[in-house]
Design a protein around this ligand. Sequence first.
Ligand SMILES: *Cc1c(COP(=O)(O)O)cnc(C)c1O
Length: 406
Amino acid sequence: MIPIARPTMGEPEAAAARRAILSGWTTQGPEVAAFEREFAHFVGAPHACAVSSCTAALHLALLVAGVRPGDEVITVSHSFIATANAVRYCVATPVFVDIDPHSYNIDPSLVAAAITPRTRAIVCVHQMGLPCDLTPLVELARQRGIPLIEDAACAIGSEIQWLGRWDKIGQPHADIACFSFHPRKLVSTGDGGMLTTRHADWDHELRLLRQHAMDVPDTQRHGSDRVIFERYPKLGFNYRMTDIQAAVGRVQLERLPELVVRRRLLAACYAELLGGMPGLVLPTEPRWAHTNWQSYCVRLPTHADQLAVMQAMLDQGVATRRGVMCCHREPAYRHLAQRHTLTHSEQAQDRCILLPLFAQMTAAEQQHVASALARACDRPASRWGESIGAAVLAGTYVGAPVGGHV
Ligand SMILES: *Cc1c(COP(=O)(O)O)cnc(C)c1O
């Protein structure tokens, strides 16, 4: 059975968890602080604040951006449900706009028309690791004075061309970015999240809110030779990351550059293998973006039935997932009237499937996925480029251009 994903974790992570456990400090402490410093350095952010999940990160990002009950937040329906749920935790209303059918990311040209006097924030998503078109979004947000939040749950290690150089996602290019360390993402701590922001006052507020809004953190009280009483100036949350998680995250972060290189190679192999399949639409990168290939999403030929293809592949030992969900179609969102058409979002959910992609994947496994997909779509399998297959197995494959250009 070829799974959809498989985390890359082993003895170094286990040793790091052990170190944290035996240190006597297990919740948010020195390992979290070190992970934050290393993460900020990796993405090039002035501030990084660790939390318990990306969902928690999104909730806090919206709060520090000033989202209050009754406000509206413009975002996409075509995302994991946590994006929209976080808006509702603030008792605000998600206003969904459609995606671009090629990138599966928010269509920036639709955002201006969705702004109302109640719009308090915009949440864009770097879906499946591919950076969304930030330039027009950042410009619009600045012009209108609306905070822009990046849901970068999937995009650790992804890059965007910005003012002539390649930047990591999460600098952040807008106001604040949220990352996930769920096992489906490239860096995992079991569960966990990180916020990066360019605003020092927002970072300060995040640190308060994640720890019950306690004004003197426990780390400070433990280190003091004077008795200190803490105060709770506002309503906070327990959104802490543990030191056990952070210790694991630090090892994972060290592995990341190598993992991204590996995934780019695997994506290039898929492009070679699947390039000839009639009607199949492969994922592409625009000139100005490098995805980390968190997911490999293909649009099925129009004649193919999504469920039948997925079942036929499962029968051949290949796990797949359907295209990214649309929140507005879920029972939890049915009460919400849609103001804007979401045709491309719905089609992406219904016509796409995600193929297995994980670092340990072998050339033979990729070949099997490709032939299973071809068979499931009732078309002859495209030929596996023998030289590429051999080069991948030998570890000497230098990589073909990945996808095309949008
Ligand atoms: C995974 C994911 C989340 C949620 O992350 P958690 O860490 O599991 O809370 C949010 N948004 C997107 C786009 C995701 O893919």
